[in-house]
Every structure is written in C-alpha cells, then in structure tokens.
Design a protein around this ligand. Sequence first.
Ligand code: BG6
Length: 492
Amino acid sequence: TQPFKVAIALFGATGDLSRRKLLPSIFHLFQEGSLKDDFALIAVGRRDMEDADFREVARNSISDNDKLESLEGLETFLQHIHYVKVSVTDSASYAALKEKFDSVEKMYDTAGNRLFYLAMPPQFFTAITDSLRISGVTETKGYKKLIIEKPFGKDYESAHRLNEDISKSFREHEIFRIDHYLGKEMVQNIEVIRFSNSLFEPLWNNHYVSNVQITSSESLGVLDRGEYYERSGAVRDMFQNHMLQIVSLLGMEPPISLNSDDIREEKIKVLKSLRKVEKKDINKYFVRGQYDEGTAEGEDVPGYREEEDVNSASNTPTFIAARLFIDNFRWAGVPFYVRTGKRMRNKETKIVVEFKEVPKNLYYQNNADDVLAKNLLVIRIQPNESITLHLNVKDHAGEQDTKEIKLSYSVDNQDLSRTVDAYENLIYDCLDGDATNFTHYEELMNAWSFVDPINEVWEKDIAPFPNYRSGSDGPVKSNLLLSKDGFKWWNV
Ligand code: BG6
C-alpha cells in the first residue's frame, strides 16, 4: 500500500502518553513505510522550544522504547517533526499553528490532509476543537480528522455536551475516539476466534456457557496521575470503556460483514441489552475497592490515600468487580463477571469462558465432589498473548479416570514485534479511514447510561476504604459476587 500523505498535529506532544506510546508508534509507522516522505508531525506544546529541542525529546523517548527492534531511520524521521508553541485556551495563538500547517504543507506533499491528535486532559477538548475551527486550521483542501483520548465526558450528560461541542468542528466520521484496548491484538482476535471457527459459535450461548470472566489487573498504582484518577476512579478509567468494549465483543451477534457499521450495530445491541441495575441493587451487582499499602513487585508501596494529589480520605474506587447480565436470547441467565483494579497481584488481562458440565459425569474423579475439571477457553490478552482450551482426557497413570489437559497456542515473539503498541494499530486505522476499532458515539452513550447509576450511588455513599492490600486479588467481596452463583474466579 502507498504511504499515507498527512500532517499530524500532536497536542500534548511533551506529555507522558506521547513520549511513552505515541511518538514510538508514529516512528514505527514511519519505519514500516506507512508514513514516508509526504508526512509531517507538528508537535504542539505550551513551552518555548525550537524544533531541535523537541526532536531531542522525541529522539530520547523513541530510543527508550524497548519494543522497537532498531532505530533505523530515526534521524530522517526526526527531520519531519516541527514544533509549534500554542496556548491551547487562547484562540489567538492558533494562528501559529495555521502558519505551521501552511509551511509544512509547502515542504511535503501531504495533500492538505490534517490529523489532530488530542493527547491532552479532557478539560481542553472543547477549547481546542473550537479554536481549530475559529482560527481556520480545520479549513483544508484535504481531509480533517480528530483523534481524541479518553475520558470522553464523566457521565452521560457531560459526554453529550462534549460531543455537541466537538461536532461544531468535526463530523462523526471525522472523530476517532480512542479506546486503546481495541488496538490490542488479542482483543481484535476475539472476533476472529468467534467468527472464523465453526467450533465455538454453536456453543457460544446460554445452553453451553455457564459464565464468562474478564479480568484486567494492574500491579501499578496511580503513579503521578492522582489528580486525574481522583475524579475518575476505576469505573470511568477502565470499566466504562475498556471492559465494556470487551464484553460487547464477546457478547455480540455475528455481524453481517466486517464493515465497521455492521460490527458497531451488533456491539451497540449488547450494550443496550445489559441489564440496568436499580440504584438500590448496585451493591448486589458491583463491588468496589481501594488499595491499602502492601507489596507490589517485591517492594513496599503506600496505600492509595497516601499517593500524590490524592485526598487522604478519598472515596475513589481503584477496583471494581461487576456481575453483568446481557438480557437477550443468547445470553439470558449467563453472568459476565468483570474485574479490574490497580495494585493487584500482577499485570494481566484475560478472558475465561467457562462451559457447562456434561449432563452426567460417568467418570470417577479423585476429588471431594467427584467432579470433572471444567472446560475453559482462556484468551490471554496481556502480558502474554495466548489461547488455551482446557479439556478432559483419560488419565493413564493416575488414580482417577480423567485428567485435565490444556491445548494452547501462544503468539510467538516474531508476531509480537510486528507493532510497538496498540496505539500504532489505531493510528494506522485512523489514517486508513477505518473506524471499526474506535468508540462510536452511540456505544459511548450506552456505556455511560449503564455506568452512571454506579457512580451516583458510590459517590454519595462513603465506602469502608481501604479494603484490599496492594499486591492482592482485590477485596474479598469480589469473590462473593461469584460464589453466590456457585462460581469462582479462575486463576488460570
Ligand atoms: C488506561 C488507564 O486507559 O489504561 C490507565 O487510564 C491504565 O489507568 C491503562 O493503567 C491500562 O492499559 P494497559 O494497556 O497497560 O492495560
């Protein structure tokens, strides 16, 4: 394929996300040839900097990235980067950005295509998109596109308002709302596993699946993002977006095609079918937690309330476990358990699909209940990428009739090094005009309307925090959520 012709304006270019993920991802697209001569990166920042200063920032962050196999082409790439100082809330200062676009468009044949990437705190989204319009930066002979980071609003109302604001400058097909989980290879694989194998689809329903579990645990704490996290918490930071996206991919009906509208239509139906929980029942379906001090990766770490920029009596959850029901024909009665938290035992994202037992066990098992091992399908998203199927076979030497075996496929290192990061996939898709792996407005609004009551109840009601130690599996109550239904979290 031809390299993309485009000028990318990166807002928040000196920020953490840009340095850790975006610059290395854009560089790798350049290395791979998706971006080439007809490309410019305009780094937008509020500091006084020369091109050379910013190129040094970019050089360092790219050299520090351990996923890149080589730095070949780095110096040429850096020559495509131009820095411009903009005070994002001062619309007059966008004249400099307009000039910068004009000048890079004379240097490279970018066809007037402009991509604006907002790696900025959300309070600036409206000001930036307004100013881009008012100052005429969005008037271009090529396309204009906007990539916008989460959080997109903090609830249904604010997301709706934000969207109205942004829509003054960009149309829905020009807006790419990032959910970086949708750029992860194994998240994208859910659909392929489901819809390219005749093996699973007949079983993928309430006749054969007893429950589905999604775990996304992190060993890190909030790091230096206390200010953001205090307002967000685990519900808005991970659950409303990444977790519900995974639920909808697992739960959706087969789309009529892989066209992005067809896929979204099915995902939206799942979000709409999620059982709405009344406020009085929130604590029956959801468990919240906040980490206390403890150990993470061998080190003593402080509790959440002791972190920088965090209220010492904070009521913000750093953990949520949920018991969801998709009330449609396929899934009626099958619980989807979801948990995500910071400062847990390890960094791991995985899906476990637990199948129902055979109608009658014919085999002797040397365990308390004489039960067969459960059939599980385990999809590991990170840190390792694998798919494992747990089955029973004859136990040749043992004392029981059957034993459990695991059929496993691991993505090998060669595959892994194809992309630097989920962000690389997503930036590529955006340049390519493929919106499948971005959050559509309707998905977003359905997700907010589902989570709003949880936040409303939990924000009013003071929790007995902290309630789990750093380095643990989260609050004990999250186990009860499953044990009440006769299940347990699979630590497989
Ligand atoms: C981000 C959250 O969206 O996802 C962070 O804001 C979280 O709090 C991160 O740490 C986790 O992403 P990943 O790719 O490391 O699982």
